[in-house]
Design a protein around this ligand. Structure first.
Ligand SMILES: NC(=O)c1ccc[n+]([C@@H]2O[C@H](COP(=O)([O-])OP(=O)(O)OC[C@H]3O[C@@H](n4cnc5c(N)ncnc54)[C@H](O)[C@@H]3O)[C@@H](O)[C@H]2O)c1
Length: 378
């Protein structure tokens, strides 16, 4: 057992910089850079367990000299190139924060050099690539950790808890989405060969969370439509319908061309409904039925017609509150990796789970291309 473990970051762009700041405790880099932060930790609802003595930055490498200058100006060690990083006997873990098409080659090379790997999402571009990498991890005895950090999003943890504790009874319908209005970011995400497009960018998060929450359920069918509102080569969004056996139906949507947003989450159960509208209000709202009969229900004049069916219930038959608070440790993923390397702890994000998510993304593309629903777990 070695503590602290030393981690080196290859690729120090947007995400790599985020890791460097989190690992070194530079912390509030986003706020300092004038970035609006929407996270429950701002309201003290999320803890950030210190990494001190457990994980330490060994250095960085980026092909862009400007990023190397940034690292040097903060006193971080800069490697000459990737080989130089792999040759450092002090380095235990390589953190890959490169464009998506570079993950596989860098991961295999690192494990063959005797380094563990923490890899940004999407860990790989296909389920077969992920299986190949799992083989190398087995051969070399190294840990490969796919970073599915959005399992720690406060809104997701809230939804998962309400679902599992049946706080709105048995759930039959879940909508999970992200809406933006800026199209695909103007970098390598525009190129299909580089793993561009929104299925790989955000789809991997939303589908990973769905499969993680629905572990143990059989996913029967997948129907998906990818969208090309702003781009011909790469999808700039998609809508998928996922039907689980004896479980809820999921509607998952990623879109980058919506100038008005629909809620992040909308979940319906036999006894209530939950909505989490946006990151600015992670606590959301939960309406729970207190009695089925509503003697005080009055019709409403809605548009050109009178309706009792669509009238709001009277307040004595339903209560609306904020969703119950949950506990989230923002550094749990890093600490789980350290524990897995030192003590063989079970990985929270497992490479085999990523194989399943990548298979699902492949099924989504197939469904969209053929215009049919695809069977998933046979
Ligand atoms: N988990 C998350 O929440 C999250 C969020 C954003 C990005 N990401 C992932 O992180 C990865 C990087 O995304 P990003 O937004 O930081 O991209 P980016 O373009 O901002 O950064 C990529 C960096 O890699 C460098 N680079 C490219 N080729 C290189 C090479 N051969 N050797 C060394 N450096 C090289 C570039 O110069 C750049 O600085 C992607 O896989 C992306 O999907 C994850």
């Amino acid at each position: 057992m070695k503590l602290p473990l030393k981690i080196a970051v290859v690729g120090c762009g947007g995400m790599g910089t985020g890791h460097v700041c989190a690992i070194t405790g530079m912390g509030a880099y986003a706020e300092d850079a004038g970035i609006t932060v929407y996270n429950a930790y701002m309201a003290g609802q999320v803890v950030t367990e210190p990494l001190d003595g457990k994980l330490e930055l060994a250095g960085i490498y980026d092909i862009d000299p400007a990023r190397m200058e940034w690292a040097a100006s903060h006193g971080f060690h800069c490697y000459k190139d990737y080989d130089d990083m792999l040759a450092d006997p002090d380095v235990d873990i390589i953190l890959i924060a490169l464009p998506n098409d570079l993950h596989k080659g860098h991961a295999i090379k690192a494990m063959r050099a005797g380094k563990h790997v923490l890899c940004e999402k999407p860990a790989m571009l296909s389920s077969q690539d992920m299986l190949d990498v799992i083989e190398v991890a087995k051969e070399t005895g190294m840990v490969f950790y796919p970073r599915q950090n959005r399992r720690w999003d406060y809104d997701f943890v809230t939804i998962k808890e309400i679902f599992e504790k049946k706080l709105i009874g048995e759930v039959f319908d879940i909508e999970s989405r992200v809406h933006g209005s800026n199209g695909i970011p103007g970098d390598w995400r525009h190129e299909k060969a580089r793993g561009g497009g929104m299925m790989y960018d955000w789809g991997i998060h939303l589908l990973d969370r769905m499969l993680y929450m629905m572990e143990g359920y059989k996913l029967k069918t997948v129907f998906c439509r990818t969208r090309y509102a702003t781009h011909d080569e790469c999808d700039d969004g998609f809508t998928g319908i996922f039907v689980f056996e004896n479980g809820p139906e999921w509607h998952v949507e990623v879109s980058t061309w919506n100038f008005e947003k629909l809620p992040l989450w909308y979940m319906c159960g036999e006894k209530g409904t939950v909505t989490i509208k946006d990151w600015s209000d992670m606590q959301g709202s939960m309406s729970v039925l207190t009695k089925f009969e509503d003697e005080n229900l009055k019709p409403i004049l809605a548009g050109e017609g009178l309706t009792k069916t669509m009238a709001d219930r009277s307040t004595d038959s339903v209560t609306t509150t904020a969703c119950p608070p949950v506990t989230v440790n923002r550094n749990e993923l890093y600490l789980n990796l350290v524990d897995a390397i030192n003590n063989g702890a079970e990985l929270i994000c497992k490479p085999e789970q990523t194989v399943r998510v990548l298979r699902l993304m492949e099924a989504c593309f197939e469904s969209s291309e053929k215009g049919i629903a695809v069977e998933f777990d046979k």
